[in-house]
Write a protein that binds this ligand. Structure first.
Ligand SMILES: [Zn+2]
Length: 351
């Protein structure tokens, strides 16, 4: 009996050494120490022994049972330590190591400028309205006081759509956003202050022209709108966008859709409008002024084309190219305006 107990103990010690995970350990525990385990069944036999012998063997049996339990406990601890070490090993990280960040993008400088301009004009009551990029000749030229054979049309190197002519003429990819003028008169109730920003297309491509560029225009129609309003609106824009220290100058000019018409100049930011820097002629401007935009009082023929009562209403308009304006403020030195649309991240990231 005693030998059998010793044998059981040795058997247990032998097997437990090879155990390397918790599941097998648990199985082994049931096999030896469980209710139907080997130790229990041997202990049952102890009960049938004679008194003297039972005492002795019972004691030994208990000692062996304890010993088995102890080595079980030790193994359990050992496995726990091992498991913990594996987790630490697997999940270790150097908290002092610099992190890796997802790269953050930003809007294209032209898009940013568009939003900024929209904001500036919304402060004085102008609402942005949509610009159809493909439109009829009727809106792009005809109603803008540019009849079919007028030579002014040659100034616009227009892209025509290869499509049948409609009641309103040929379809064009708009050469300017002014096509919105008469559309707005037809669509909105008077008086209104509209601004429209969109892409324009002309068959020109060189260092200072991109075949696709952005234009911005405002149109304000109301009773009693006059030249002082025009000047005020331009000044509001120039002071908001370029800074309060910049001044404007209006030079008489000729456009078909405005009368009178003006070219708008702003004072040069580099030489503060003096035309020279340290007694040397300023490289940025001509005699202290930079050309910014075209402006004027909307021609009565254009208003009539939009069904506006010209005895009651007058209107002003002011338009410029977004790219040029943006580059003027940023003092951006771009050899080729088309660089803006080449998707070269090295360029775009600078702004
Ligand atoms: Zn200058």
């Amino acid at each position: 009996m005693k030998k059998e107990l010793e044998k059981l103990k040795n058997e247990f010690e032998g097997v437990i050494k090879k155990v390397s995970d918790k599941d097998s350990l648990e199985k082994l525990k049931n096999e030896f120490l469980g209710r139907k385990g080997k130790v229990k069944s041997l202990m049952k036999n102890v009960a049938s022994l004679a008194d003297e012998e039972r005492k002795v063997i019972g004691k030994i049996a208990n000692e062996i049972k304890d010993a088995i339990e102890v080595s079980y406990g030790l193994k359990e601890k050992e496995l726990e330590v091992q498991e913990y070490a594996t987790i630490v090993d697997r999940e270790w990280m150097d908290v002092t190591q610099p992190g890796t960040f997802a790269e953050q993008g930003h809007l294209h400088p032209v898009t940013k400028t568009i939003y900024e301009i929209e904001d500036i004009f919304s402060k004085i009551g102008f609402t942005r309205i949509p610009v159809p990029e493909v439109d009829w000749d009727h809106y792009a030229f005809e109603t803008l006081n540019m009849p079919k054979d007028h030579p002014a049309r040659d100034d616009w190197e227009t892209f025509f759509i290869d499509a049948p002519e409609g009641k309103k003429g040929k379809l064009v990819v708009i050469p300017h956003v002014s096509n919105v003028q008469v559309r707005a008169m037809e669509d909105y109730e008077l008086p209104f202050r509209a601004l429209y920003i969109g892409r324009s297309y002309r068959r020109q491509s060189d260092t200072s022209h991109s075949p696709m560029f952005h234009q911005f225009e405002i149109l304000m129609i109301d009773e009693g709108v006059n030249f002082t309003h025009l000047r005020g609106v331009i000044e509001h824009f120039v002071h908001s966008y370029f800074g309060p220290d910049r001044s404007i100058r209006l030079r008489p000019h000729h456009f078909r859709f405005t009368e009178p018409s003006f070219e708008v100049d702003i004072s040069c930011g580099l030489c503060s409008g003096t035309g020279e820097l340290d007694n040397i002629q300023c490289k940025m401007c001509k005699e202290g002024w930079l050309e910014l935009a075209g402006a004027g009082m909307t021609h009565p023929n254009v208003l009539k084309a939009g069904g506006v009562d010209t005895k009651k209403y007058t209107a002003l308009a002011f338009a410029f190219g977004i790219e040029r304006t943006m580059m003027m403020r940023a003092g951006m030195n771009v050899d080729d305006i088309r660089t803006l649309y080449k998707n070269d991240l090295r360029f775009v990231r600078q702004f």
